[in-house]
Design a protein around this ligand. Structure first.
Ligand code: GLU
Length: 509
C-alpha cells in the first residue's frame, strides 16, 4: 500500500432503505480507515433526482449510527471537503464536463429518447455485434462527432437539449488492478459512451462520483461488486482529467448471496424466509408499507456488525466473535474473498445468541424490563436478575425470554392437558396439599432450603420424585417446561407458590 493518507468514503444514493449489503460496504470502509488511522467520509450521491426518496438519507445515517459506524466528515459532521451532499455541489460539476468536451475526451449528444430507441431496435433486428453507444455505433447517432460543426452550432443556438457523453477508445483493452480481484481486463467495445452530464444540468453518477473522489482526496474506493463494470470508465475519466497520479485504488467487495439458490440477496428472500435485509425497520413513504429491520427484530447492533463482518471476510482463524475494536485491528483486504458470500439467517440468529450470553444478567434484566413494560407488565429489575440466568441459554433474543418465562409473571390460567393426564393422579391433590404444608413450614424460601426440605420429605415418605415434582411443575408453571422448580419458586416467593398450588388442587381434575 502506498504511504498516501487513507481517506475512504461511503457514498450511498438516498433511493430507499439501506440494504444490509450497503451496511457491510460502510463497515469495511470504516474498518479500513480505522486500521490505517485514516478518515471515513459520508457522501450522499443524490444527483438522480427522479430516484430520491424522502427519509432515506436520515435512515442511512441512523442505521449506521446504530451500528456504531461513525464518520469523520459528512453532511452532519462537516469537514474541509464539503459540502458532502452532491445536490449541494451542483454548480461544481459543469466545469469538469466542459473541460472534457474541450479536450475531446467527451462530446455532446443530441439524440432524443425516441432516436435512441429506434437505433436500439435497429441494431437488435440486425443482430449487430455491438449495440452500445460507443466507437462501433456513435457515428450513426446525432452528436458533435457525427454532425458537422455548423450543424452543432445551429442545434446549440436553438437551445436543443443535449447530454455530454464520454468518448471511449475504440477496441482497446483496459487493464486495471483491483485490490481484491487483482488484474481485471475490460474491452472498450463492451462498454458504453456513458452520459456524464444530463440535459437537466445535473451530472450523472459517474462524473460526480469521480470528480468528488478526486476533490475529496479519496485514496481507496471500496464498494460493492455491482460497481465493478463502472471501474474502467472511472479509470479512463481519471486519465482524461490528468488525475492518474492521485487516482484511488479500487476494491470491489463480493456480493451477498441468497441463503439458497443463485443470485444476490434480496428483500424478497427475506420476506419469503422470514428475516430482515435492512438494518432498521423502514416505512415506505409512498405505500406506508413496513419492512422489518434487524434492530426492531431484536438484534444487538454488535451482533449485526459481527455477522456482517464475516460476510466476505475472515480472520484466518476459527474465531467468529469479534468486537468492533478487534475488527479494526484485524481487518484487511487480503482476507476478503472474491466470490460472493452466502447469507445464512440461522447463523445470524446464532450470532445474536452469542452476544446475548455475553451480556451480564443485570444488562439483560434491564433490557427485559423494557420489553415487559411495553407489555404493561411491571417487574422489579432485582426480580428479573434472578430469572434471566435461567432462561438466557435457551433464547436468541431478549423478547424470546417471554416465552420461556411468562409463567413467572402470570399464574397459569389453564393446565397442559397431556401433562395433567400423565401427572395428575387420584392421589395428587392430597400429595400437593401436603407439599403445600411442607413449603409453608419453610422459614427461609430460598431454592436451597426448599429443595433440601422437599426432597427430604419425599424420601422420608417414599412419595417418588416424579410423582411430586411433575405435578408440582404443572401446578406452578401450567406446562411441563421451565427451569429448575426450586429456582422458580424462589423467584415467585412463598405466597404466590402456595396460591398457585391451592388453585391447581381446586382446578385440575
Ligand atoms: N452512489 C453509489 C451507490 O449508491 C456509490 C457507488 C460508489 O461507491 O462508487 O452505491
Amino acid at each position: 500500500m502506498s504511504n498516501r493518507e487513507v481517506r475512504v468514503r461511503f457514498a450511498p444514493s438516498p433511493t430507499g432503505p439501506l440494504h444490509m449489503g450497503g451496511v457491510r460496504t460502510a463497515l469495511f470502509n470504516y474498518l479500513f480507515a480505522k486500521r490505517h488511522g485514516g478518515k471515513f467520509i459520508l457522501r450522499i450521491e443524490d444527483t438522480d433526482q427522479t430516484r430520491f426518496v424522502p427519509g432515506a438519507e436520515e435512515y442511512i445515517m441512523e442505521s449506521l449510527a446504530w451500528c456504531g459506524i461513525s464518520f469523520d466528515e459528512g453532511i452532519r459532521e462537516g469537514g474541509a471537503f464539503g459540502p458532502y451532499r452532491q445536490s449541494d455541489r451542483k454548480s461544481l460539476y459543469k466545469q469538469y464536463s466542459d473541460q472534457l468536451v474541450e479536450s475531446g475526451a467527451a462530446y455532446m449528444a443530441f439524440d432524443t429518447p425516441e432516436e435512441l430507441e429506434t437505433m436500439r431496435t435497429k441494431l437488435e433486428t440486425e443482430n449487430a455485434a455491438i449495440r452500445q453507444y460507443n466507437a462501433g455505433t456513435r457515428m450513426g447517432m446525432r452528436n458533435s462527432l457525427s454532425l458537422s460543426e455548423a450543424e452543432v452550432k445551429t442545434l446549440l443556438a436553438a437551445g436543443t437539449p443535449y447530454v455530454v457523453r464520454f468518448k471511449l477508445p475504440n477496441n482497446e483493452d483496459i487493464v486495471i488492478n483491483d485490490i481484491i480481484r487483482g488484474e481485471v481486463t475490460f474491452n472498450s467495445l463492451q462498454l458504453d459512451d456513458k452520459v456524464l452530464f444530463k440535459s437537466d444540468g445535473m451530472p450523472t453518477y459517474h462524473l460526480a462520483n469521480v470528480v468528488d473522489d478526486y476533490l475529496m482526496k479519496i485514496s481507496h474506493v471500496i464498494r460493492g461488486e455491482e460497481w465493478l463494470p463502472s471501474m474502467p470508465l472511472h479509470v479512463l475519466l481519471y486519465r482524461a482529467f490528468g488525475w492518474e497520479a492521485v487516482m484511488p485504488e479500487f476494491a470491489h467487495l463480493p456480493l451477498l448471496l441468497k441463503p439458497v439458490g443463485k443470485g444476490k440477496l434480496s428483500k424478497r428472500d427475506g420476506d419469503k424466509m422470514g428475516f430482515p435485509v435492512f438494518p432498521m425497520q423502514w416505512k415506505d413513504p409512498e405505500t406506508g408499507e413496513f419492512s422489518r429491520g434487524y434492530r426492531e427484530d431484536g438484534y444487538f447492533a454488535e451482533a449485526f456488525v459481527n455477522l456482517l463482518a464475516l460476510l466476505g471476510w475472515n480472520s484466518g482463524t476459527e474465531q467468529e466473535i469479534f468486537t468492533m475494536q478487534a475488527l479494526t485491528e484485524l481487518f484487511g483486504f487480503d482476507r476478503v474473498s472474491k466470490s460472493g458470500a452466502r447469507f445464512d439467517p440461522e447463523k445470524a440468529k446464532w450470532f445474536n445468541h452469542q452476544y446475548l450470553q455475553l451480556k451480564t444478567d443485570a444488562e439483560l434484566a434491564s433490557l427485559y424490563q423494557k420489553f415487559l413494560q411495553q407489555k404493561g407488565i411491571k417487574v422489579e429489575e432485582s426480580v428479573l436478575v434472578k430469572i434471566v440466568p435461567h432462561v438466557k441459554q435457551r433464547v436468541n433474543f431478549v423478547h424470546e425470554m417471554w416465552e420461556q418465562s411468562a409463567f413467572f409473571f402470570v399464574a397459569p390460567e389453564s393446565y397442559d392437558e397431556k401433562s395433567a393426564k400423565k401427572n395428575w393422579k387420584e392421589q395428587t391433590p392430597e400429595l400437593m396439599t401436603k407439599l403445600a404444608e411442607v413449603l409453608e413450614a419453610c422459614t427461609e424460601f430460598t431454592a436451597n432450603v426448599t429443595e433440601t426440605t422437599v426432597k427430604a420429605w419425599i424420601e422420608a415418605n417414599q412419595h417418588g420424585m416424579g410423582a411430586v415434582m411433575n405435578a408440582f411443575r404443572l401446578a406452578i408453571v401450567g406446562a411441563p417446561q421451565g427451569p429448575h422448580m426450586f429456582d422458580i419458586i424462589e423467584v415467585l416467593g412463598k405466597t404466590e407458590t402456595l396460591k398457585r398450588l391451592k388453585k391447581a388442587i381446586e382446578t385440575i381434575k
